[in-house]
Design a protein around this ligand. Structure first.
Ligand code: NAP
Length: 438
């Protein structure tokens, strides 16, 4: 056995991810040592309850409730407790004690990232967080290292497995949101309280992390525009299918403008994606991140976005990086915020809407609608009209219009939808969706 140096690893948390990380650390010690150039000794595991049942068998003597003592004796701290406190204080304590840190905590990084990266920078340590966005999929390292010499233009990601599972089943079965959500909860794909997933909060945290890294800018969570999927109906999915689209909850991080006039947009919403786009083919609870860079072109990263053992794989990769850095010493790799680009509000984003309306099937209605759209500079690119005959067969039919607009600012498009909703020519605005990935 190679006579490597020993590094003490403190593991905070032994839940779905932490227990698998401990198991892999103990089982794959020799392979990890050869990759890291150090023996990674699991010094202890901090939990709330040392006697709680675990997903895997782990030596009882490793468990402790004294996280602070464990942290201050460690070379590497792996934070897998989740939440803000005490995770934040523990990470700061670890950095202050000379450790490098690995975390999967997207909620913490999206809200306290700058504080944590500053603390790491002050002591010359590094914070690794591959598992905080898109689980097992390598996306942080490609953005930080592989594409370091390129310029990322756009990231479009399906970064929440629960919502992709729900939308994919609605698409495959024609089922309603509420029915699929209930089934997803029964099968363990959705939490008892699904708010973080279905309202887009989880995806927004990941979008903030990806955009911050890709655009050398600290993106605060409240600058991320967020809409969830609770308003998506079976009818909207069917209409999307007929028009060659699929509805996906997307996290979009985009560079706008150029030269000295650059800004970025970071947004999460359900959008129409062409069925033949790589993101259109992402099924079940899988995640995928589509990256467009100036030199590299289009890249697609695909795989499991969550799951204990899958996420543990990403964590272990980070542990190896942390170990190498710890041995090499010197200044850690900090987070760059050198560009510090302004994050524009959704109203400034150029996009395309698909608007479905129900109108009375009468002469002059189409002209009235085109007039309402063009008032705000919005023009019609495509129009599909279907007549829905009145049930009594006595005339007074309704027409369903599916209007695809040309690109316009989101504020102009949403104002146009408001005018349509208020107009006598329109009986009902059935749905409004943005189109991405064309
Ligand atoms: P989890 O199953 O809820 O486990 C949390 C662990 O942390 C438990 O072992 C718990 O101890 C311990 N813990 C919590 N609060 C503590 C405290 N105050 N003091 C000491 N120990 C404490 O969480 P998880 O699913 O493994 O997730 C961990 C992290 O990974 C989170 O940041 C999550 O967002 C992230 N992540 C998870 C996944 C996934 O698929 N699960 C995917 C990507 C990222 P007890 O066991 O004693 O209660």
């Amino acid at each position: 056995m190679t006579d490597y140096r020993r590094l003490r690893v403190a593991l905070l948390g032994a839940g779905a991810v932490g227990s698998q990380v401990a198991s892999l650390l103990l089982r794959h010690g020799d392979e990890l040592a050869d990759r890291a150039g150090a023996h990674l000794e699991l010094a202890g595991i901090a939990v709330r309850d040392v006697d709680a049942p675990r997903d895997v068998d782990l030596p009882r003597e490793l468990f402790t409730t004294d996280a602070e003592t464990l942290i201050t004796g460690a070379d590497i701290v792996i934070e897998l407790m989740g939440g803000i406190e005490p995770a934040r204080s523990h990470i700061l304590l670890g950095l202050g004690s000379g450790a490098d840190v690995v975390t999967a905590n997207k909620a913490l990084l999206a809200t306290h990232g700058p504080e944590i990266f500053d603390a790491a920078g002050r002591v010359g340590a590094s914070v690794y967080y591959e598992a905080a966005a898109a689980g097992a999929i390598p996306i942080i390292r490609p953005l930080r290292d592989s594409l370091a010499g390129d310029r990322v233009v756009r990231i479009m990601g399906i970064v929440n497995g629960t919502t992709n599972y729900i939308l994919d089943r609605m698409d495959g079965e024609g089922a309603d949101f509420a029915d699929v959500l209930a089934d997803a909860q029964r099968l363990g794909y959705a939490e008892a309280d699904p708010t973080a997933d279905v309202e887009g909060y989880d995806a927004a945290q990941k979008a903030a992390i990806l955009a911050s890294l890709a655009f050398h800018t600290a993106v605060p969570l409240d600058a991320v525009h967020r809409e969830g999927i609770t308003t998506v109906t079976a009818d909207m999915i069917e209409e999307a299918r007929e028009a060659g689209f699929v509805i996906k909850l997307l996290a979009v991080c985009e560079r706008l403008g150029n030269g000295g006039d650059e800004s970025i947009s970071v947004r999460v919403y359900p959008a129409l994606v062409p069925r033949d786009h790589p993101l259109g083919a992402v099924h079940g609870a899988n995640n995928a991140v589509f990256v467009e860079a100036e030199a590299a072109g289009s890249l697609m990263f695909y795989g499991a976005g969550a799951g204990g053992v899958q996420t543990a794989s990403a964590v272990l990769g980070d542990v190896v990086s942390a170990a190498r850095r710890h041995i090499a010493g010197g200044t850690g790799v900090g987070e760059s915020t050198r560009a510090n680009l302004p994050v524009v509000s959704i109203g400034h984003v150029l996009t395309r809407y698909q608007i479905t309306l129900e109108v009375s099937d009468e002469a002059g209605v189409l002209a009235a609608i085109a007039g309402l759209l063009s008032e705000g500079g919005v023009s019609v690119a495509t129009l599909v009209q279907t007549v829905i005959p009145a049930e009594d067969g006595a005339g007074g039919d309704t027409a369903r219009l599916i209007i695809g607009t040309h690109r316009a600012t989101d504020s102009a498009l949403s104002a146009a939808v408001d005018r349509l909703a208020a107009s006598d020519a329109v009986e009902r605005v059935v749905s409004v969706l943005r189109v991405e990935g064309e």
